[in-house]
Design a protein around this ligand. Structure first.
Ligand SMILES: [Zn+2]
Length: 75
């Protein structure tokens, strides 16, 4: 990758980041949202002989990982 291409990529990332911030601001203005991620992952009950121990997990459950503490810049 040459310097010109790296510069173009950085500008592209900056534009996308600005666009994302705009969309987030708009969403946060209309709805009450929590900062964080919501993951969906398969469940394994751990009971001996269950199908999940043979590679067939139960229906996925939603999981919200603990929120990180925000620093002063909000990142
Ligand atoms: Zn199971």
């Amino acid at each position: 990758m040459d310097l010109e291409e790296a510069s173009r990529l950085r500008q592209h990332v900056a534009r996308l980041t600005a666009e994302r911030r705009g969309v987030e601001r708009e969403l946060m203005g209309r709805h009450r949202l929590l900062r964080g991620s919501l993951l969906e992952r398969p469940k394994f009950c751990g009971k001996g002989g269950c199908r999940c121990t043979k590679g067939q997990p139960h229906s996925p459950s939603r999981y919200q990982p603990p929120l990180r503490c925000l620093n002063r810049t909000g990142k």
